[in-house]
Design a protein around this ligand. Structure first.
Ligand SMILES: Cc1cc2nc3c(=O)[nH]c(=O)nc-3n(C[C@H](O)[C@H](O)[C@H](O)COP(=O)(O)OP(=O)(O)OC[C@H]3O[C@@H](n4cnc5c(N)ncnc54)[C@H](O)[C@@H]3O)c2cc1C
Length: 458
């Protein structure tokens, strides 16, 4: 419990309007987008500069107060639930785009900047920031880096880590640390930028980033491909990759998700199809045509029926349908358990078959959609957290999903992170030695274990 004196010091750092210690306000930061149980923090602060962040870290360090960094709280793994109470540090006021350099093709942004705001500003400047998580209208770039967020374009363009050139962050003793920089090549010291990616708020509080930008593609072709059998859709994904075509996106929706999205949003989708693939090839116009021809051939071999988006509006409607998958499914039952187990992409058909077996074995409703081209599906279990018997089946099903993914050389988390939700499964994937190494890093930079304690393996 922080003393009144220490609470007054928090207030002095950020000012009255960015300080909260009353239960009604604290409750807003007790939960995130996961299904984990809420826990109240003791105090919430919203700094507006790196210096203020450093002062908050030092105050927490000197007084043994746990610190949970929070962007928009859209993570799906319980990563921002303040399990040990303490201080929640909100980054949402540090939301500025500080520089877009079109000659050297980078942007400097504060950690609380919203992902879509960055992408739009970069687009206006004539360049491209590709990572586009489904939550991009809400998520912060700090949360994206801390979770190494992926998105619909991950297959061809990569994920957040592939666009991170540098970061500024604070450690718990209040030191301001610089990783990386504005040059394409940089070999000074350890790769601290890489270390901070995927660190889930456990190794420091990041306040600024230097992001790599790329030229936008000159042309694109978007299409919706419907299948009568979901395994054919899986084989199409593998076939296109084997044909050495990397579409910008290759997203899957199963029949349950198609129908739900159509009913919830009115988006025109073939509700009778067993599965859909949304595919976009982009790049130089000649390459787009060449790749489209290969996609057409593979789709035909696997009984897929192609409908091309002819206008920008038709294209946007396709992607909007996919982006609304999660919110549409969420209307059906009180609780959604959305997983992101991921397999090597050629193993998608095996994973789809395993998911179908699990649905029957555990007698659960599962909507499956996701980034099939990355091997990253989002099987989403519809359930009710208050029904203990059903939740037992849900937990058993989730354990089966991870076991199936690992058996296929996959991972428990393709993009959502471990948080508190998947801790139990981590050791099966990486082994004790790796967990011990991570613990040693954590002890080294956060000896009092104050930064996001109880997360991941610690
Ligand atoms: C509808 C919906 C769709 C989604 N789609 C995708 C998707 O397509 N791809 C994907 O990868 N994820 C997706 N997500 C998950 C989530 O949006 C991402 O993990 C996102 O990166 C979290 O950003 P945030 O700002 O909300 O971070 P938060 O949830 O606030 O924080 C996430 C983690 O990052 C840490 N953190 C946040 N900011 C900082 C910082 N500045 N310094 C240090 N640590 C920090 C926190 O402590 C926490 O551990 C989706 C979520 C929802 C609800």
């Amino acid at each position: 419990m922080a003393s009144k004196d220490v609470l007054a010091k928090f207030k002095a750092i950020v000012g009255e309007e960015d300080y909260w210690d009353q239960p009604a306000d604290l409750a807003l930061y007790s939960f995130d987008s996961s299904v984990e149980n809420p826990v109240l923090p003791e105090v919430v602060v919203r700094p507006e500069s790196t210096e203020e962040v450093a002062a908050i870290c030092k105050l927490c360090y000197d007084n043994d107060i746990p610190l949970v960094t929070r962007g928009s709280g859209t993570n799906l793994a319980g990563s921002t639930i303040p399990v040990s109470g303490g201080c929640v540090l909100l980054l949402t006021k540090m939301n500025k785009i500080l520089e877009i350099n079109t000659d050297d093709m980078y942007a400097v942004v504060q950690a609380g900047a919203i992902t879509l705001d960055i992408a739009n500003a970069v687009k206006e400047a004539g360049l491209f920031y590709p990572p586009d998580p489904g939550s991009q209208k809400m998520s912060t770039i700090g949360g994206n880096v801390a979770e190494n967020a992926g998105g619909l374009r991950g297959l061809k363009y990569g994920v957040t880590k592939d666009y991170l050139m540098g970061t500024k962050f604070c450690d718990m003793e209040g030191n301001i640390v610089i990783g990386g920089g504005k040059t394409v090549k940089l070999c000074t010291g350890f790769n601290l930028t890489g270390l901070m990616v995927q660190s889930e708020g456990q190794l420091g509080v990041m306040t600024e980033f230097i992001l790599k930008l790329v030229p936008p593609p000159k042309a694109a072709k978007s299409m919706l491909v419907s299948f009568k059998d979901i395994i054919d859709a899986g084989n199409t994904v593998s076939g296109i990759i084997r044909g050495h075509v990397l579409p910008a996106t290759m997203e899957l929706m199963d029949n349950f998700t198609i129908k739900t999205v159509h009913e919830a949003t009115g988006v025109e989708l073939p509700t009778e199809a067993a599965a859909l693939l949304l595919i976009e090839v982009d790049g130089h116009p000649a390459v787009v045509e060449e790749e489209y021809a290969i996609v057409q051939k593979v789709c035909a071999e696997n009984n897929g029926e192609i409908k091309l988006a002819n206008t920008a509006e038709e294209r946007e409607a396709l992607w909007e349908g996919r982006r609304k998958s999660l919110s549409s499914l969420a209307r059906l039952r009180p609780t959604l358990v959305l997983e992101d187990a991921t397999v090597p992409r050629t193993k998608i058909p095996d994973f789809l078959q395993a998911l179908d077996d699990m649905r029957k074995k555990h007698n659960l409703e599962i909507g499956t959609f996701g980034h099939a081209g990355d091997g990253n599906l989002h099987p989403t279990i519809l359930c009710d957290k208050r029904d203990e018997e059903e939740m037992k089946r849900v937990h058993a099903c989730v354990a089966d999903m991870f076991a199936a993914a690992l058996k296929l050389d996959g991972t428990c988390s393709g993009e959502h992170g471990i948080g508190i939700a998947k801790q139990a499964f981590m050791v099966d994937e990486v082994g004790e030695g790796t967990i011990n190494y991570m613990k040693a890093i954590k002890r080294g930079v956060d000896p009092k274990n104050l930064l996001n304690p109880h997360k991941q393996a610690i």
